[in-house]
Design a binder for this molecule. Structure first.
Ligand code: FES
Ligand code: FES
Length: 162
């Protein structure tokens, strides 16, 4: 395989043609070539979950996934989660519940919750807690995040309680 190659990536429903090195991670291609910076580069070694994107609907670590592995996959980033200018119900629930502080974990967390609730529409609080255990948040203490996920599950956008 040559060191550089042209790749067609399906990102948020659009085909993006990019020239990549075989060693480029999906995270670096999304952020540095496609300028989709919602997925964050936290630890860059598979620990924190801030780089999470959905690949064929499954939350995956962008920093551990090679771009060349994704050629036939559907990639969804936080930028493609809503409908046009409308935010998704999970995004709205996070905002309205006050589950976002610095925001560094939020895109990965929201994508993980989105996938989790789609796979398990009757998820319990404990199942949600387990489902987000790979996404680290240093700000919220996770309580508001769990509340936001439960609000989204109930079809509520939530309200900030102070
Ligand atoms: S940046 Fe990928 S897991 Fe931390
Ligand atoms: S809101 Fe700051 S890391 Fe989660």
């Amino acid at each position: 395989m040559p060191d550089r190659l042209s790749l067609d990536l399906n990102v948020n429903g659009e085909i993006e043609t990019v020239t990549v090195r075989t060693s480029d991670t999906l995270l670096s291609v999304l952020r540095d070539k496609l300028h989709l910076t919602g997925a964050k580069r936290g630890c860059n070694q598979g620990v924190c979950g801030t780089c999470t994107v959905l690949i064929n609907g499954e939350p995956m670590r962008g920093c551990l996934t090679l771009a060349v592995e994704c050629e036939d996959a559907e990639i969804q980033t936080i930028e493609g989660l809503g409908e046009g200018s409308e935010l998704s119900s999970v995004q709205m629930a996070f905002i309205n519940t006050g589950a976002i502080q610095c925001g560094f974990c939020s895109s990965g967390m929201i994508l993980t919750v989105t996938s989790l609730l789609k796979e398990n529409p009757t998820a319990t609080k404990e199942e949600i807690r387990e489902g987000i255990s790979g996404n680290l948040c240093r700000c919220t203490g996770y309580g508001k995040i769990l509340e936001a996920a439960l609000n989204a599950l109930d079809g509520q956008s939530g309200e900030i309680s102070r």
